[in-house]
Design a protein around this ligand. Structure first.
Ligand code: NAP
Ligand code: MG
Length: 503
């Protein structure tokens, strides 16, 4: 069965015009060819057809971009008032908002996600992230600290701290939610007064390139935001190890996160890492099942399960297990699978044939266990990288499908009989990850106790993956280092200088 309908909706003319442009590197405010002259082709994962040709930069282009970013760090950007910086970030938000349809279509064609998700959860959310951090630009300040160093008399000294931009930031981002991954780094970096070199995911660079055009349009000074599209193993690796870079902000797999850390050791640059997940969804017998079923289906299958926060492991009490798993399966079976631009699509394609192969490898591994295949279990015939939403019941935590991040539409459901919170928590915490999670119960006392026992950066009660620019987000254990969003997301782009005056 193919998921491609006869009528595939084509993008708007403005989107086609953008795709047809020459896509170069943004270095020092100029669009330039990579030194090698190489390009890569970008495909629509729903149709496997060519959509754009993009410059493929390498280590020598990273060198050029670092020179530009270091120069910009000392230029007009460093003396600009915080009000002006705030205004520029806000203008960037406005410029993106007026390109809502263009940016939505670029995300859909590049990544495959359904249009409403691209429009509201991705692009409109990106506008909000920019506005949130535009507000912070004017509120960055230090403290005065009453101290008596060396026994100086009280009142004989003044100590104050200042918050300074951390410097040149290298941002390396994944393909699963291309635009927000860029903005969650760019917005706080701009608010803090940093400059940036971005290496977006090789297969989804288009929305990042649009942001590059918009930074020029709104007047962000040359060299403050640079983009080097290219391979992770080349441009990405060069950025991570570059001595002229002061911080790497990385989102991607735990495996590559560990490579980044080693590469960063040369000049001890600061590192924040947003990595993988395998998040638990715990359902107690008193939960409101009418909310659990759609909530769990969304948690597992949002972005085709290619979502770091995905709720891919459900722990459901015996009393409600059948009702919950059957309810989620009937939603999964009813989802319309198709190209993201088609208005009735609810589940788009996976990003690539490699991803289909990886996900199908896990599904086959699941079929070889004692787990119940409740729904799905197959890839659709091409064109397009479509895999059915798949649910395995009666899973146990010793199974590969329950332990490892699949990053595809595969949900594992496990039963618990007695509501001993410690033993549920032990299962929840038995992967290398600790990113997200949710607890579903009407009993606030049980729900809060359960939350406290789950070792994750974010746990929601009666919803999954609450995301807002003001809520710090990030992983425990091997899900990451540090937090994005909120004040903590700004802090990691700042360094503190302490000054003491002795009178
Ligand atoms: P990935 O393979 O780790 O790639 C992420 C980025 O790193 C890409 O730009 C990639 O370039 C680059 N890269 C690859 N090798 C590199 C190297 N040796 N040095 C420097 N950069 C390198 O991740 P992905 O497959 O794109 O994304 C999926 C993963 O991201 C999942 O594990 C998911 O959980 C995680 N993720 C986490 C969050 C979060 O907030 N915690 C959010 C979204 C996704 P190429 O594009 O050329 O490969
Ligand atoms: Mg990858």
């Amino acid at each position: 069965m193919s998921a491609l309908p006869e009528d595939i909706i084509t993008p708007a003319q403005e989107t086609q015009d953008f795709l047809d442009q020459k896509h170069q590197l943004l270095i020092g405010g100029e669009w330039v060819d990579p030194i090698s002259g190489e390009t890569s082709t970008i495909e629509d994962p729903a149709t496997e057809t060519f959509i754009a040709e993009v410059a493929c930069g390498g280590a020598d282009d990273i060198d050029r971009a670092v020179v530009a970013a270091r120069k910009a760090l000392k230029g007009e950007w460093s003396t600009m008032t915080t009000h002006e910086r705030s205004r520029l970030i806000w203008k960037l938000a406005d410029a993106l908002e007026t390109r809502l349809n263009l940016c939505t279509e670029l995300e859909v064609l590049d990544n495959g996600m359904p249009r409403p998700i691209a429009m509201y959860s991705i692009v409109a959310a990106g506008v909000n992230y920019l506005r949130y951090y535009a507000g912070w630009a004017t509120k960055i300040h230090g403290q005065t600290i009453p101290v008596s160093p060396g026994g100086a008399p009280n009142g004989g000294t003044l100590t104050y701290t200042q918050r300074e931009p951390i410097g040149v930031v290298g941002a390396i981002t994944p393909w699963n939610a291309p635009l927000p991954m860029v903005i969650l780094k760019l917005a706080p970096a701009l608010a803090a007064g940093c400059t940036m070199i971005l290496k977006p995911a090789e297969i989804t660079p288009l929305s990042a390139l649009l942001i590059g055009h918009l930074t020029k349009e709104v007047g962000i000074p040359d060299g403050v935001f640079n983009i080097v599209t290219g391979h992770g193993s080349d441009a990405g690796a060069a950025l991570a190890e570059h001595d002229g870079v002061d911080k790497i902000a990385f989102t991607g797999s735990t495996e590559v996160g560990k490579i980044i850390l080693k590469a960063a050791a040369g000049n001890l640059k600061k590192v924040t890492l947003e990595l993988g997940g395998k998040s638990p969804v715990v359902v107690f017998p008193d939960a409101d099942i009418d909310r659990v079923i759609p909530g769990a289906a969304r948690a597992a299958f949002f972005l085709q399960g290619q979502n770091c926060m995905a709720g891919t492991r459900m722990f459901v009490h015996d009393d409600v297990y059948e009702e919950v798993i059957n309810g989620v399966a009937s939603m999964a079976n009813a989802f319309n699978i198709g190209p993201g631009l088609n208005p009735d699509t609810e589940i788009g394609p996976l990003i690539s044939s490699d991803q289909v192969e990886t996900v199908m490898g896990y599904i086959e591994a699941g079929k070889a266990t004692n787990a119940d295949l409740v729904c799905g279990g197959d890839a659709l015939t091409g064109p397009g990288h479509f895999v059915q939403p798949t649910i395995f019941g009666q899973t146990t935590m010793d199974m590969k499908i329950a332990k490892e991040e699949i990053f595809g539409p595969v949900l594992c459901v496990q039963k618990f009989a007695d509501s001993d919170l410690d033993s549920i928590a032990e299962q929840c915490n038995s992967t290398i990850y600790g990113l997200s999670g949710s607890v579903w119960s009407q009993d606030i006392s049980v729900a809060h106790q359960m939350v406290n026992k789950i070792d994750s950066g974010q746990v929601a009660i009666n919803c999954h993956a609450a995301v807002d620019p003001a809520i710090p987000f990030g992983g425990n254990r091997q899900s990451g280092w540090g937090r994005e969003m909120g004040l903590e997301g700004l802090d990691s782009y700042l360094k503190t200088k302490s000054t003491t005056v002795m009178f």
